[in-house]
Structures are given as C-alpha cells and as structure tokens.
Write a protein that binds this ligand. Structure first.
Ligand SMILES: CC(=O)SCCNC(=O)CCNC(=O)[C@H](O)C(C)(C)COP(=O)(O)OP(=O)(O)OC[C@H]1O[C@@H](n2cnc3c(N)ncnc32)[C@H](O)[C@@H]1OP(=O)(O)O
Ligand SMILES: O=CC(=O)O
Ligand SMILES: [Mg+2]
Length: 558
C-alpha cells in the first residue's frame, strides 16, 4: 500500500467522515459532502442493529455446530399462518420474465445489459463485482449515467461507441451483504458498512431521476443479498424508510427483492416478506450461495457432506423443496417468485457444445416456469432469447403468474435433506482449479469470470472453497477412479501443486507470472485447510484489495 505524502486534491467530507480511496474528480461528483453525510447518517443509525444481527448469526451457527438443525420459528407462527399480502408490484416491473445480471463496472457491460432485451438488469456490487475502490466508484458513476440515460462508452479497439437503445431493461441494484465493510470510507474512525455505501450513494444521486423515468413513480429498486434472518430484513426496511423520509418521497416507493440464498433464511421466507411488506418486490432463489450456505451451516455435521459440486443442482430434493416453498410463499403474499442463475454461458468455438449448454439452460428454465417462477436470471445476453421463449410460452401473454397458488407442503426435513452423489478426487481438483483462478481474477479486479464454459462468481467460488474444507475437515472418502482416497491436508497440498501447474499451462506462463495466481493459490489453500471455516472468502481476502490513496493520514485495514 502506498504511503507517500502529497498535496493532491481531496474529497470534501462532512464531520466524522474520512475517504481513504484514490481521489478522482469523477468520483468526487459521487462522493459529495451531502451524499457522504447521507451515508454517514444511515451508518450511524443502523450500525448497532447490524452488529447485533451479526452476533445473532454467530449464535445460531454455534447452535448448528452443536447439532441443532435450522427450523421454522415457533414464535413467528402467526406470521406464517396469518392472511396478509405485500404491497402490489409496481406496474413498471410487473413483467420480470428475464433479468440479466452483471457487475456495475465495466461500463460497456452496463450498457449491453440495459440494451440486452431483458426486462430487468440487476447491476451488481456483490457476487459479480470485486469490491475494489475503482470498481465501486466507477460502478456508481456508471449507474448515475445509466439512470440519467446519458451513459456512453467508446471502445477504441473496435472503433465502436456504445449508447442506450430507446427501450432498456429496468434497473435493480444489488448492494453488498451486511457482513462486508468498506475500508476506504471511515465513519467515526471505523470502516463504513459496505452495503450502506453502495445503497446510500446510489439512492442519493438517483432516486429522483429513477422515479421520474424508469420506475414510473416507484423506486429505486434493489436486490438484497445473503440475509440469514428476518431481523436483517427489518434493518433494510428501516433504511428504506429513512431514505424515503430524507428524500421526501412516499413510503413504499423503494422496492426490493430479497435473495433467499442462505439455509437459515429459507425458514424465514414469510417473516422476511412481512418485515418488508410495504417495500417488497418478492424473493429470488439464489441457488449458488444457498449451496454454499448449506455447507457452512452444517460444517460440523459429518453426515451432511456434499457430493461433487457439479452434482448439486436444482433437482436435488433440498434444492427443489426450497424453490417450491419460495414460490408458494411469494404467490400467497402477492409478489414475484424469481428463479436463479443457470451457470452455463455461450461456448464460442464449439457449436455442438454451445447447443448442449443452451439445452441445459432451457431445461433449467422450463423447470422453473413450470414450478411457478415468475421470471428468472440470465448471466449473458446470448442466453436471453432462449430463456424468453421458455417463459413467454409458459406464461402465454401474462406478465407473471403471481396469481397462481402453489399447493405444496414443504417440511423442515425437506429443506435439509442431504444431497446424493459421489465425492471424487476429480471434484477436489476442479474445486482447486476454479477456486484459485477465480480468486486470482477477483484480486485483479474481476468478480465474474468465465471458467471451463461456466460463469463463476463469488458465490460459485465459495462452493469450491467450502466443499474442499468440509471434505478435509471430515476426512471424507473420495473416489479416485475406483480407489478410495481419504481427503487430508497432504492430499490437498499435492493436488494444489499439480493443479497450479495445470492452470499455468492452460493460461500460459506469461499470464500466470503477471497475474495473481500464486497469491491466490496460497490464500485458497490456507482457507481449505483452516481448522475453523472462514465465514467468507471475500472477507478474508478483502485486505488484499484495499488500497489507500497517497497522503491518507494512516493506513486502516481491517
Ligand atoms: C451467483 C450469482 O450471483 S449470479 C449473478 C452474478 N453473476 C453475474 O452477474 C455474471 C454476469 N456475467 C458475466 O460477467 C459474463 O457474462 C461472464 C464473465 C460470465 C462471461 O463474460 P465474457 O466471456 O466476457 O463474455 P463474452 O466474451 O461472451 O461477451 C460477449 C459480449 O456480451 C457482453 N456480455 C457478457 N455478459 C454480459 C452481461 N452479463 N451483461 C451485459 N453484457 C454482457 C460482453 O460485454 C460482450 O459485449 P461486446 O460484444 O459488446 O464486447
Ligand atoms: O446470488 C445468487 C446466487 O445464486 O448466489
Ligand atoms: Mg448470491
């Protein structure tokens, strides 16, 4: 980290706020004194509640470690059994059949996503974005220009200028989860809550233009990630109310779709919707984080080891049960039940493989539409026509199927049933190759990466990490071509060496040398063999991407 002194321009900050990220005049137009004061007010009002919620997460994990299973809370039975509905969906986003997702930076991708033909674009500060200062701030600049309708990008190598079409996708923004700090913005001497920086800056600069344009009187719209309990949704509801009051806009303007992507949250779907009932835009099956969370929740349960990552799909009983419960819950409460992300992406140089990948996506989407989902996610614009076709054929002209009630009974046992399938040394190897390459890209500033013809992001990479950790921790028997091999730290070290060599061969020696592969290998291996499971890969590795600008008073890392 640089520590040289300079008299360079600095951000104009309110009392108690210190910005340690690189100064840039474009960023200064986002980090205005008033915008920072708004973020600081949110941080000060809600930090105590967030700290409490994180402590409750740790308490719950201690209980799971002692053998308890997640369960529906008897104290909130009245919420689950009561007859109530959420506020009706805003007309501007009644039709969410296909939603494209992608990081809020690079700028070109934001324009492509808005022009993609999807109904919604979820601009991501979370799973798909490496939270470097540059990415976060440039992402805010991109979104401000997108909402204003003025965003353009000139690609000099192609001689092509990108600008918005007349018809664009409606924008949802996904801030980071409650657990991630923002070490470049200090409030009263402590790192700001990352999600409130993302939310606060975006809301402050865009609420008026969004409501006047895209939102047709509503908005802005958000996706909320990685919550574990309805008390966390209550905090978001408070944040929305505070923001609406500060902006002088009607209560219920802001809407948010909550990703049900942790195992504990699956037992709280009604409660989460109830907390957010005036601000809800439904729930989404965040399948990748959900698998990650299953491992994390059951990290001390040797009878619940996952099979190879590739075998844990939506047709496993526990995954199917969770999506059915989500659909039933959303439709009962009058909101969208959104499907998740198929990991396949177009394969450019092999037509047959490309068709096979597309077929897997179609199958996944058909399953979602038939089960009752109102729309779903696409990782890449090339998938949109196929996904649209499936959903539009199923919906037959309707914008959604919220009014279809789903008659299923899902029990606590259904939601935790261990997935079946083989555990193999090849699976361990693939986890290493994917985990290391993803982390190397993330450290270098890319949070979504194509690897082996699949989309990888923070959620999918987490599965690779925790699965290896779980197998090692419980000395799982792995199949190695008919021979049983025990998962041990020694095996992991050997596999790591071999897979690093393979990665070097695949990406080429020069790219390997110039990239952050070696560093990524060390971090990934350390996390796989750690005696205690790290909560998040991206939290542990965050210090490696914190860069304070020259002249910052003193370095502040976490
Ligand atoms: C678990 C979860 O949280 S899922 C949600 C988070 N994950 C994501 O959002 C993943 C988003 N997807 C992506 O980032 C990318 O599609 C990747 C990394 C998977 C693949 O990227 P690439 O290999 O660069 O894609 P590819 O080279 O085929 O891109 C072709 C064009 O499509 C564009 N494109 C690709 N994906 C997207 C996207 N999601 N949004 C907008 N444009 C996109 C590219 O910008 C490129 O445009 P150009 O022709 O004008 O240059
Ligand atoms: O955010 C989505 C997921 O699958 O994780
Ligand atoms: Mg996720």
């Amino acid at each position: 980290m640089a520590t040289t002194t300079t008299t360079a321009a600095a951000y104009d900050t309110p009392e108690g706020v210190d910005v340690r990220g690189r100064y840039d005049p474009e960023f200064a137009a986002i980090l205005t004194r008033d915008a920072l004061a708004f973020v600081a007010a949110l941080h000060r009002e809600f930090r105590g509640a967030v700290r409490h919620a994180m402590e409750r997460r740790r308490d719950a994990q201690r209980r799971y470690d002692a053998g308890e299973l997640p369960q529906f809370d008897p104290a909130t039975r009245f919420v689950r059994e009561g007859e109530w509905t959420c506020a009706p969906p805003p007309p501007a986003v009644a039709d969410r059949t296909v939603e494209i997702t992608g990081p809020a930076e690079p700028r070109k991708m934001v324009i492509n996503a808005l022009n993609s033909g999807a109904k919604v674009f979820m601009a991501d500060f979370e799973d798909a974005l490496s939270p470097t200062w540059e990415n976060l701030m440039q992402g805010q600049v991109n979104l401000r220009d997108a909402v204003a309708g003025t965003i353009t990008y000139h690609d000099a190598t192609r001689g092509r200028t990108y600008r918005l079409n007349d018809q664009t996708a409606k924008l949802f923004v996904r801030p980071r989860g409650w657990h991630l700090p923002e070490a470049h913005v200090l409030i009263d001497g402590e790192p700001a809550l990352g999600c409130l920086v993302d939310f606060g800056l975006y809301f402050f600069h865009n609420h008026a233009a969004f409501r006047a344009g895209q939102g047709d009187g509503f908005g802005p719209f958000f996706y909320l990630p990685k919550m574990e309990h309805s008390r966390e949704a209550r905090i978001w509801n408070g944040v929305f109310e505070r923001a609406e009051a500060a902006a002088g806009i009607a209560r219920g303007s802001v809407r948010a779709t909550v990703l049900v992507e942790t195992l504990p949250a699956a037992f709280q779907m009604d409660e989460i919707l109830h907390e957010l009932r005036d601000h809800s835009a439904g729930l989404n099956c965040g399948r990748w984080d959900y698998i990650f969370s299953y491992v994390k929740t059951f990290r001390a349960h040797p009878d619940r080891l996952l099979p190879d990552r590739a075998l844990v799909g939506m047709t496993q009983h526990f995954m199917r049960s969770y999506s059915h419960l989500l659909i039933r819950t959303c439709h009962r409460r009058g909101v969208h039940a959104m499907g998740g992300m198929a990991a396949q992406i177009p394969i450019k140089d092999d037509a047959a493989a490309n068709e096979a990948a597309l077929e897997l996506v179609r199958k996944d989407k058909l399953r979602e539409a038939r089960a009752g989902h109102d729309g779903t996610w696409a990782a890449h614009p090339g998938l949109i026509p196929a996904i649209r076709e499936v959903f539009e054929a199923h919906l037959g002209g309707r914008p959604n199927q919220i009014d279809t009630s789903v008659d299923v009974t899902i029990t606590e046992e259904d939601l935790v049933q261990p997935p079946s399938g083989a555990r193999t040394v090849d699976g361990l190897r693939l986890n290493v190759r994917v985990g290391v390459q993803y982390l190397a890209a993330w450290l270098a500033g890319s949070g979504s990466v194509p690897l082996y013809s699949l989309m990888e992001d923070a959620a999918t990479a987490e599965i690779s990490r925790v699965q290896n950790w779980q197998w090692l921790r419980h000395a799982a028997d792995l199949d190695a071509g008919g021979v049983r091999v025990r998962a041990t730290p020694d095996l992991l070290v050997r596999v790591l060496q071999e897979e690093m060599a393979r990665v070097e061969e695949e990406v080429g020696a020069e790219r390997f040398r110039n990239g952050r592969y070696a560093e990524a290998g060390k971090v990934f291996a350390k996390q796989c063999v750690a005696p205690e499971l790290d909560d998040f890969l991206t939290l542990d590795a965050y210090n490696l991407i914190v860069e304070h600008h020259p002249g910052a008073a003193s370095p502040c890392k976490l």
